[in-house]
Design a binder for this molecule. Structure first.
Ligand code: CTP
Length: 400
């Protein structure tokens, strides 16, 4: 995700400095080259050796250190960065930058860099609410510096309130967004994901093996590429992707209602949900008791076909469907593309053990309206999401 990216991680002196260690680990795991710059007071909380060991690069702490300057000067550090992240960012470092001061290595690097800068403030709630601090943050935001708001909770100083550094995974998501092409900026993606659950009685339901992983990966990648994302999800045990508006539904009927309600907001609709085609004709109010007969017949009635209805109702939206098949993949998918009036369909052979339901990888074929198609190799669902969004971005802006 961050291959060939260089991140300068600035750590200033707050108790949340320990979270910067985990953040560094996430950056490195995502493939980034990371150089850590610590303020003097940060070194009181965590040792440079910890960051050095995890980054595999020398940690920089001093501006006027001949050895460090020769190894990698502060200007070259500022130049090499694709992104500078200051986490935790104290009121002091934010105040210094807002005041145009550069009196240590971190503030000098921040002054010299042309890369985007993400501040992750963490401090006492009263400091965070102090009008002096607020004015500094607003001033920097006005100059194009990025901020990830602190979260509310129990603070190390004993106070309860807004001032906690967000989890490192949330910082990683913001960093990914800042380093991703913003080719979906201005688009609103309505994505459906997961299975639907059709209740039979208060303790039983009909459903399928969909985990929601593919749809959630699409929602996450779309947010990183600048889109506004509305994720309509059936029951799924997955974390909510950062920055995405999640609307939870249970049944196909509820999913239909939500999707139709939100359709006017969308410029692109991606229906990756595995919608149950049928639901029990009667939902029993009480648990169905075991009877004397050896067989129990269940009457089912048809659910609405949400995608087919979208195909009829769509205005300017780009409509993308999925086809889950166990045989005749291309023929069946092409039929769905045509009968549901889609622009693109992602054909999925769900009989494979490494693709489709509840696995982390997928092998898909993309079929287009003009009759063309392309096969993608076996990829992680995150990579499939990126490839699919490449195609969608191109279909939305053919001249870009
Ligand atoms: N779909 C839908 N509403 C339904 C059934 C399916 O919106 N009631 C959507 C799915 O989200 C998917 C596409 O239609 O994008 C194809 O779904 P799939 O299950 O592959 O096919 P079906 O149309 O249900 O046809 P069949 O089950 O006969 O293969």
């Amino acid at each position: 995700m961050l291959k060939e990216k260089t991140i300068v991680l600035g750590v200033s002196g707050g108790i949340a400095a320990y979270k910067a260690v985990e953040l560094l680990r996430l950056f490195v795991k995502a493939g980034a080259e990371v150089f850590v710059v610590m303020t003097k007071s940060a070194c009181e909380f965590v040792t440079p050796l910890t960051f050095q060991t995890l980054s595999g690069n020398p940690v920089h702490t001093e501006l006027f250190n001949l050895y460090q300057e020769r190894e990698i000067g502060h200007i070259s550090l500022a130049d090499r960065a694709d992104l500078v992240v200051v986490a935790p960012a104290t009121a002091n470092i934010i105040g210094k930058v807002a005041g145009g001061l550069a009196d240590d290595l971190l503030s000098t690097t921040l002054m010299a860099t042309k890369a985007p800068v993400l501040f992750v403030p963490a401090m006492n709630v009263n400091m965070y609410e102090n009008p002096l601090y607020r004015a500094n943050q607003e001033k920097l935001a006005g100059f194009g510096y990025h901020f990830l708001e602190p979260v509310t909770g129990y603070l190390a100083c004993g106070w309860e309130g807004k001032g906690k550094m967000p989890e490192p995974s949330a910082v990683l998501e913001q960093a990914l967004r800042l380093l991703s092409p913003q080719d979906l900026a201005g688009e609103t993606l309505l994505v459906t994901a997961g299975p639907t659950r059709e209740e039979l009685d208060p303790v039983r339901y009909l459903s399928n093996y969909s985990s929601g992983k593919m749809g959630y990966a699409i929602a996450r990648a779309a947010y990183q590429r600048g889109a506004r994302v509305i994720l309509v999800s059936g029951p799924a045990a997955l974390p909510v992707p950062c920055g995405v508006e999640l609307v939870k539904v249970v049944s196909a009927v509820q999913m239909r209602e939500t999707v139709m309600d939100r359709l006017a907001e969308a410029t692109v609709v991606i229906k990756s949900a595995a919608v149950a085609d049928y639901r029990p004709a009667v939902r029993c109010g009480q648990k169905i008791k075991k009877g004397p007969a050896e067989q129990l017949d269940l009457a089912l009635e048809k659910n609405p076909d949400i995608l087919a209805e979208l195909g009829e109702r769509k205005m300017t939206q780009l409509l993308v469907g999925f086809a889950a098949e166990t045989a005749d993949l291309v023929e069946n998918a092409r039929k769905k593309l045509e009968s549901k009036n889609l622009d693109l369909i992602v054909a999925n052979d769900v009989s494979r053990s490494d693709a489709g339901f509840d696995v982390d990888t997928n092998a898909v074929r993309l079929l287009y309206r003009d009759g063309s198609s392309e096969e993608l190799p076996l990829l992680s669902k995150s990579e499939v999401a990126w490839q699919l969004l490449d195609r969608i971005a191109r279909l939305r802006k053919p001249t870009a």
